[in-house]
Design a protein around this ligand. Structure first.
Ligand SMILES: *[C@@H]1O[C@H](CO)[C@@H](O)[C@H](O)[C@H]1NC(C)=O
Ligand SMILES: *[C@@H]1O[C@H](CO)[C@@H](O)[C@H](O)[C@H]1NC(C)=O
Ligand SMILES: *[C@@H]1O[C@H](CO)[C@@H](O)[C@H](O)[C@H]1NC(C)=O
Ligand SMILES: *[C@@H]1O[C@H](CO)[C@@H](O)[C@H](O)[C@H]1NC(C)=O
Ligand SMILES: *[C@@H]1O[C@H](CO)[C@@H](O)[C@H](O)[C@H]1NC(C)=O
Ligand SMILES: *[C@@H]1O[C@H](CO)[C@@H](O)[C@H](O)[C@H]1NC(C)=O
Ligand SMILES: *[C@@H]1O[C@H](CO)[C@@H](O)[C@H](O)[C@H]1NC(C)=O
Length: 494
């Protein structure tokens, strides 16, 4: 059934008039058949008007064979696939007549102008992909009439204005991608009605206001990307009800308040990005129960407290970024045995030594511990592949030779590091081949009883201020690391 709107347009159009004059007499068919033919003829006319096929053919009787077109048995057009076709100009209003159209893919062209209101008549549409063009203007609220729509992709355009609340009528929608536009205004709470939605991408717009708690009703949602917008207020507590969420990206907004423990109900979560907001409160409750977490970025917030040792499940965590917060305490050993590919804890207040246990940070690519208060020696097993940054700490002792390929500013700002690296003093002796035995069982911070060089006790007048752990014995994996305390500068085993 044609809608009243549709019918009015139809009567007024030249198409119908020319059709009545030209076709009806020759075919001489009955009035019910006339309706079908007329709608087919209108489809043909709508196609011609686009001009998209004029290089190929103007013979609309062959339209079902034109490139990118698919018809049903009744010869109605059901699919137009013209992605990456160098098409330019306005999006043709005439396409709104293709009421049997199920899939329209015009992605990757150079269309300009706005989305025609009449496209709200494409009642059969299941997929509309206009991504990657230069489309301007607002999203027409008439798109809310496309209730069969399963996927709507308007990303990578210059669409402005608010998200129409009518989009909440698209209850069959599975994928909604409005990212990389200039959309403003708040997220309409009506979107909470999209209970079949799996992917919601609003990345990089100018969306403002609070995140509506109604979004909790999107029980099927797997990925929620609201990053790079101007969202404010707290992360709604109800977000914990979106049990199917695998990826949540709220980064680069203006969100504030605590990160509720409800986030830990999201037991399927693998990717959690909350970086660059104004979030505060303790780190601890964020990660409890998130046993499938692969990437966690909480950088650039105002989070406090120690790093919880149960952060994610280390066997799968691949990226951990906690930089630029107010994290205190020592870096838990558990975090460093994670085979993280990226570990960034820079610009915090972490203290204590980098743990020296064997096997830490296996397979690490990027390690950034700069601007903390870490003390002690650089551990032997620390061998990042791509990048290391230990600058601006209180580290001491030799920079291991296998790290000497990294730029010197990876180590700067540590007064007592030494090594064959520009800007650093040479180490007086290399403990690994000079120090033979040291008194076992000493505690750092304690006065050492003695330091030995090849069984020879060192002068007791040496200042014992330098603390480090070394691994002894032929098998690094099993032999115990012992502690020694000596002053490196006065330490000479010749
Ligand atoms: C179709 O019509 C247009 C406009 O009249 C013309 O420029 C074009 O050459 C025609 N295409 C073919 C394939 O005949
Ligand atoms: C549209 O075409 C592009 C390019 O081939 C493709 O990546 C995209 O998935 C298509 N969109 C839909 C909805 O199928
Ligand atoms: C939307 O289109 C863009 C660009 O063509 C693509 O990168 C993105 O994956 C699409 N979104 C969805 C949900 O398929
Ligand atoms: C289509 O949407 C518009 C705007 O949301 C509305 O005013 C109109 O009544 C709708 N038309 C139909 C046929 O549903
Ligand atoms: C984490 O977030 C910060 C700040 O937004 C960003 O600079 C950094 O690249 C992110 N880290 C990773 C591993 O994605
Ligand atoms: C380190 O990487 C290698 C090769 O990618 C892999 O075989 C090995 O299992 C990894 N080790 C750990 C502890 O993840
Ligand atoms: C290490 O970090 C410091 C301070 O954060 C920075 O200035 C320097 O460029 C970084 N060096 C490398 C090699 O990343």
């Amino acid at each position: 059934m044609a809608s009243p709107v549709c019918f009015t347009t139809l009567v007024l159009s030249h198409v119908l008039i020319s059709f009545v004059v030209a076709i009806v007499p020759t075919l001489g068919t009955g009035s019910t058949r006339l309706d079908t033919i007329s709608s087919l003829e209108m489809e043909s006319e709508a196609l011609l008007r686009t001009g998209w096929w004029s290089w190929h053919s103007n013979d609309t009787s062959k339209r079902c064979t034109w490139p990118g077109i698919l018809c049903d048995n009744a010869r109605s057009i059901t699919r137009i696939y013209l992605y990456h076709n160098y098409l330019t100009g306005q999006l043709p209003q005439s396409l709104g007549k293709l009421t049997r159209l199920k899939e329209l893919n015009l992605s990757g062209n150079s269309f300009e102008g706005s989305i025609p209101l009449d496209w709200g008549n494409l009642k059969s549409l299941k997929q509309l992909d206009l991504s990657n063009n230069q489309i301007l203007g607002p999203i027409p609220s008439t798109l809310g009439n496309l209730t069969n729509l399963k996927m709507l992709n308007l990303s990578k355009n210059q669409i402005s204005g608010p998200i129409p609340s009518t989009l909440g009528k698209l209850t069959n929608l599975k994928q909604l991608d409005l990212s990389f536009n200039q959309i403003t205004g708040a997220i309409p709470p009506t979107l909470g009605r999209l209970t079949n939605l799996k992917f919601l991408y609003f990345t990089s717009n100018q969306i403002s206001g609070f995140i509506p708690s109604e979004l909790q009703n999107m029980k099927s949602l797997v990925k929620l990307y609201l990053n790079e917008n101007m969202l404010e207020g707290p992360i709604p507590y109800e977000i914990g009800n979106m049990k199917n969420l695998v990826a949540l990206d709220l980064s680069k907004n203006r969100l504030n308040g605590l990160i509720h423990s409800s986030i830990s109900y999201l037991s399927r979560l693998r990717y959690l990005y909350l970086d660059s907001n104004f979030l505060e409160g303790p780190l601890l409750q964020v990660v409890e129960n998130l046993n499938d977490l692969r990437c966690l970025n909480l950088s650039n917030n105002q989070l406090i407290g120690p790093i919880p040792s149960q952060i994610g499940d280390c066997s799968i965590l691949q990226e951990l970024s906690l930089s630029n917060n107010q994290i205190i305490g020592s870096i838990p050993f558990e975090v460093l045995v994670c085979p993280s590919h990226i570990l960034d804890i820079s610009h915090n207040f972490n203290e204590g030594e980098i743990p020296h246990q064997f096997g830490i940070m296996v397979n690490i690519s990027i390690l950034d511990l700069s601007h903390n208060k870490l003390r002690g020696m650089i551990p032997k097993s620390l061998r990042p592949k791509e990048k290391v940054n230990l600058s601006y700490n209180f580290l001491e002792g030799p920079i291991p030779h296998y790290l000497s390929g990294f730029p010197p500013d990876s180590f700067r700002g540590n007064k007592h590091l030494c090594g064959k690296i520009s800007g650093f003093f040479l180490c007086p002796s290399t403990p690994s081949n000079r120090v033979i035995m040291l008194k076992v069982g000493l505690q750092c911070n304690m006065e050492p009883e003695a330091c030995y060089c090849r069984d020879q006790q060192l002068s007791s007048s040496a200042h014992f201020t330098w603390c480090a752990r070394m691994v002894f014995g032929p098998n690094e994996a099993t032999d115990i690391a012992v502690l020694f305390c000596c002053n490196l500068v006065q330490f000479n085993c010749n």
